[in-house]
Ligand binder design. Structure first.
Ligand SMILES: Nc1ncnc2c1ncn2[C@@H]1O[C@H](COP(=O)(O)OP(=O)(O)O)[C@@H](O)[C@H]1O
Ligand SMILES: [Mg+2]
Length: 256
């Protein structure tokens, strides 16, 4: 696909009842890079991720993954495409009755035919990479918020996803822990090489990771090749967005 886009939304519309959430939006997600999706509450960020995963179907338009339109796929083909994705959503969705080890091992037990020893080796290796060694026998209730997110990430990485989708992954974390998680995402992305799509309102923190920034507002979409381009935009809606989320200090010239 053009520009090595691994995901493309082509003129996608999605509404609920009389409410039109996405109005013929188009966007590309470049392969191997980090795309950050920002926008106010209720602007369709989570809906966009669900469309990409095929968990929702657009009213019109196409969602292409490696050139294949997933909106018209049979379940079996959709499952094949979905197996390339890893997801980390707000709550990290750990199973409370399972230990850290078992939570992380679960995708390998359910989705692969690997033996016990190999599963153990893989899980322990990921836990070590994410700084969780020594915590494998704890249960989610015994973990801090930041550690739960790490465990969620460890689990999502078990099946070696090509594309990771994050929906407000730092919800509930203080600013320091938020930075720590973003540093970890950055290291993890480099190590594993996946394409990342991160929905976040941690502006400007999350921009440290962003290659591309996508803004959703009132059903429309703007894509910027870098956070700097977003800040330099003279589109009035974007200027307003930048001002309200980042303050004038981030504008070139810094005029009040
Ligand atoms: N399954 C659904 N049924 C009805 N309305 C929905 C559904 N999912 C999302 N919406 C509505 O679509 C809009 C965008 O939702 P969402 O993508 O979750 O926003 P956000 O940008 O905060 O993630 C919201 O107004 C929400 O209420
Ligand atoms: Mg959301």
């Amino acid at each position: 696909m053009k520009n090595g886009a691994v995901i493309r939304l082509d003129e996608v519309s999605k509404g609920f009842g009389s409410q039109l959430v996405l109005n013929r939006i188009s966007m590309d997600v470049p392969r191997g890079r980090t795309t950050v999706i920002v926008g106010g509450s209720g602007q369709g960020k989570s809906v966009t991720l669900k469309l990409i995963l095929g968990l929702m179907t657009p009213d019109s338009g196409r969602v292409l993954v490696d050139g294949e339109d997933i909106t018209r796929m049979k379940k079996r083909d959709l499952d094949r495409v979905r197996s390339r994705f890893g997801v980390l959503f707000q709550g990290a969705a750990l199973l409370d009755s399972l230990s850290v080890f078992d939570n992380v091992a679960l995708p390998l037990q359910e989705r692969t035919s690997l033996g016990r020893d190999e599963i153990r080796d893989r899980v322990m290796a990921t836990l070590e990479q994410l700084g969780l060694t020594g915590h494998e026998n704890k249960f989610p209730a015994q973990l801090s918020g930041g550690m739960k997110k790490r465990v969620g990430l460890a689990r999502a990485l078990q099946l070696e996803p090509e594309i990771m989708l994050f929906d407000e992954p730092t919800t509930g974390l203080d600013p320091e822990k938020t930075m720590e998680i973003y540093r970890l995402f950055s290291e993890t992305r480099e190590r594993f090489g996946y394409t990342a799509v991160i929905v976040s309102h941690d502006i400007p923190k999350v921009f440290n990771l962003a290659d591309q920034v996508v803004v959703l507002n009132h059903g429309r979409v703007w894509s910027f090749a870098s956070p700097e381009e977003l800040q330099l935009s003279d589109d009035p809606e974007i200027v307003g967005f930048v001002r309200s989320t980042m303050g004038t200090i981030y504008r070139s010239g810094g005029v009040e």
